[in-house]
Design a protein around this ligand. Structure first.
Ligand code: HEC
Length: 183
């Protein structure tokens, strides 16, 4: 532990213990807690508040389901509970161009199994509106680009601009309240 000078200095600043395995896992846990943002408008709608979403946002939710995004981005966090192959329905890496990097190999880098090439954790979309640029390689600059590329490479479908916009509006309803620091 401790070959990165900046990290060592940062940990020294916040604790007398400095950088230790326990401090690092504590810091990561504190960060992860900031990603749980309950009470989003979508949550309120699920709990029965019909007025929590607009008609356009609801249309986005319907499209998100009917295109099949939910086959991967599923569950309470709208993702985060399975792996998916990037480029399931199209040659994503060939079309993107550039070298195929170690990071592009995804889970293969962890397991070394051929069937894990280009397998990535399906990300939660709860905070997607704040996460640009998108994908493991940051290749999609905007959320609209990410939605279009997902339709093409994960579902083998083209998608109209109006549908992209509606899905974007739906995804924006997933952001809830940020927890207060220090909890
Ligand atoms: C077959 C599984 C699958 C389907 C279907 C799918 N996705 Fe994805 N999605 C993924 C995976 C895997 C990633 C991560 C890819 C990467 O990092 O390279 C991802 C990433 C994303 C991201 C980027 C999130 C981020 O923080 O970088 C967005 C936005 C997204 N998907 C939206 C959608 C939408 C909208 C649809 C439907 C049109 C959809 N996805 C359909 C598996 C899928």
């Amino acid at each position: 532990m401790g070959s990165d000078e900046r990290l060592v200095a940062d940990f020294d600043e916040v604790s007398e213990q400095g950088i230790t395995p326990a401090m690092v896992s504590g810091a990561i846990a504190a960060f992860l807690r900031t990603l749980a943002t309950p009470g989003s408008r979508f949550d309120r709608w699920l709990e029965g508040d019909d007025a929590a979403l607009t008609e356009a946002e609801l249309e986005g939710y319907r499209l998100f389901k009917s295109y099949g995004c939910v086959s991967c981005h599923q569950g309470a966090n709208v993702g985060g509970n399975m792996y998916g192959r990037m480029g399931l329905m199209g040659a994503y890496f060939a079309d993107r161009g550039g070298e195929v990097t170690q990071a592009d190999l995804g889970r293969f880098g962890v397991t070394g199994l051929a069937e894990d090439r280009h397998l990535f954790k399906v990300p939660s979309l709860r905070l997607a509106v704040h996460n640009a640029p998108y994908f493991h390689d940051g290749s999609a600059e905007t959320l609209a680009d990410a939605i279009r590329l997902m339709a093409r490479y994960q579902l083998g479908r083209s998608i109209s601009r109006a549908h992209v916009r509606a899905i974007e509006a739906f995804l924006a309803t997933l952001v809830g309240e940020r927890p207060r620091p220090g909890r």
